[in-house]
Design a protein around this ligand. Structure first.
Ligand code: AMP
Ligand code: MG
Length: 407
């Protein structure tokens, strides 16, 4: 049995980076960027008006007021998208709409509300003084050409999509979705929708895995509940080893008489890197590889399987797509936390802000079969082994579930 820390460092050595693909911007949302994005031009690209108004030389408006309007000659009309090459000379102005390119010679915009307004007349009266630069969006004031806008490995959200479009990227390179096989084992498992006979339970783990995989950005391409029988297991795994980037099993890797999964992995040439980890829940955690396929054998107990996916599988999926792991947070316990003498201890929990500090407490149901403990949780709490339980006021690692917020 190895420690959580040792297991994590073994895993790091065996994570392949997936290939990339190029997709159109419309298809890039929620994917992981596989290229660095730089500004292909400054932003704003050219000096332009922040207001509907008149482009003027600020000096020409000196002393202007309601009672002392200044009359300027009007030499052109500029709209967004239709610049003018007429330069503004002393005593002149141009109508200039929001987004319109500032004409040469002008250095300020007087908003239309401070004038006699837009018209076809060849002059306009200005009712307010202005200063150089007023209501002008300067070229490059937001971003310089060549600035790094988005780092490789970033998840593409509406903000990234907007920025990509803003700089003219019609397509981008993204990481391919990891192709995943998930399977459960157990003669007792029945699919929801069917009646349960004595001794049977519903398969919940594969539903949890499928949803987690989707949220992690992976694609489940094979999924099956397999009886505790070597032949069916071998058939499923042989195909999965050829077609998938990752295989995740639930159950059948413990010490039970019918726990064949590990044996069959080995028969099919999977190289085992570790099998048991000093953690609770989820001691019988299997990790292996076969060529570029990663194999995780997670325990069957629903809480162990769920926590195992989040703590072990999710970060690996991230890495395969070139995404960095988020940093864990540290919270202050409001209630005791049951530490283990030799094992790392994980529990679903809740974390929230109180007086500007992150505080947390474990779920009240602690059994690894008690899946309802996940319903109210927004995080997984975890702590190294130790002699006594953690007390309220002590610190603990907080792993916020990726789709949750701190309540
Ligand atoms: P095992 O790891 O096969 O010994 O299973 C441990 C426990 O988890 C047993 O109580 C199983 O019935 C349960 N279990 C195994 N697979 C699933 C599953 N897919 N959904 C829900 N419970 C499961
Ligand atoms: Mg079983």
């Amino acid at each position: 049995m190895i420690t959580v820390k040792e297991a994590k460092s073994i895993i790091q050595k065996h994570i392949p980076l997936l290939e990339t693909e190029t997709v159109s911007l419309n298809k890039a949302g929620s994917r992981v960027l596989a290229q660095e994005i730089t500004a292909t031009f400054p932003s704003p690209r050219f000096d332009n008006s922040a207001m509907d108004g008149f482009a003027v030389r600020a000096v020409d408006t000196k002393g202007a007021s309601q009672s002392n309007p200044i009359t300027l000659k009007m030499v052109s009309v500029i709209s967004a998208g239709s610049p003018s090459d007429v330069a503004i000379s002393p005593g002149e102005s141009a109508q200039c709409m929001t987004g319109g390119k500032i004409p040469d010679g002008a250095d300020a915009i007087v908003m239309v509300e401070d004038t006699t307004g837009f018209s076809d007349a060849n002059s306009v009266q200005i009712f307010a003084e202005t200063q150089p630069g007023k209501h002008i969006r300067k070229q490059g004031e937001e971003i310089q050409e060549g600035d790094v806008l988005i780092l490789k490995g970033t998840s593409i959200t509406p903000s990234e999509i907007g920025t990509l479009a803003n700089f003219g990227y019609a397509e981008v390179a993204i990481a391919k979705k990891p192709r995943i096989a998930i399977f459960g084992t157990g003669d007792e498992l029945v699919e929801p929708g069917n009646e349960l006979k004595p001794g049977q339970i519903y398969n919940s783990n594969l539903y949890v895995f499928a949803e987690l995989a989707k949220r992690a950005g992976a694609r489940v391409v094979m999924r099956n509940v397999i009886k505790d029988d070597r032949e069916s297991l071998r058939a499923f795994l042989s195909e999965a080893l050829i077609t998938c980037d990752m295989i995740i099993s639930s159950g059948g890797v413990s010490m039970g008489r019918f726990d064949y999964v590990r044996d069959v992995f080995m028969e099919l040439g999977v190289q085992e890197h570790f099998w048991r980890v000093a953690q609770k829940p989820g001691k019988p955690l299997f990790f292996g590889t076969a060529k570029s396929t990663i194999i995780f054998g997670l325990p069957g107990n629903p809480v162990s399987a769920y926590i195992g996916f989040i703590e072990w599988v999710w970060p690996v999926l991230n890495r395969m797509m070139g995404k960095k792991d988020p940093n864990f947070l540290t919270g202050i316990l409001k209630e005791p936390f049951p530490r283990e003498k030799v094992k790392y201890r994980f529990l679903f929990g809740n974390a929230w802000m109180e007086d500007g500090k992150l505080v947390c407490k474990p779920a009240t149901k602690v059994g690894s079969h008690m899946l309802s403990s996940s319903l109210e949780a927004n995080c997984i709490l975890g702590v190294e082994n130790g002699e006594r339980p953690l007390r309220p006021g002590e610190e603990i690692r907080v792993n916020i579930l990726p789709w949750k917020t701190i309540g």
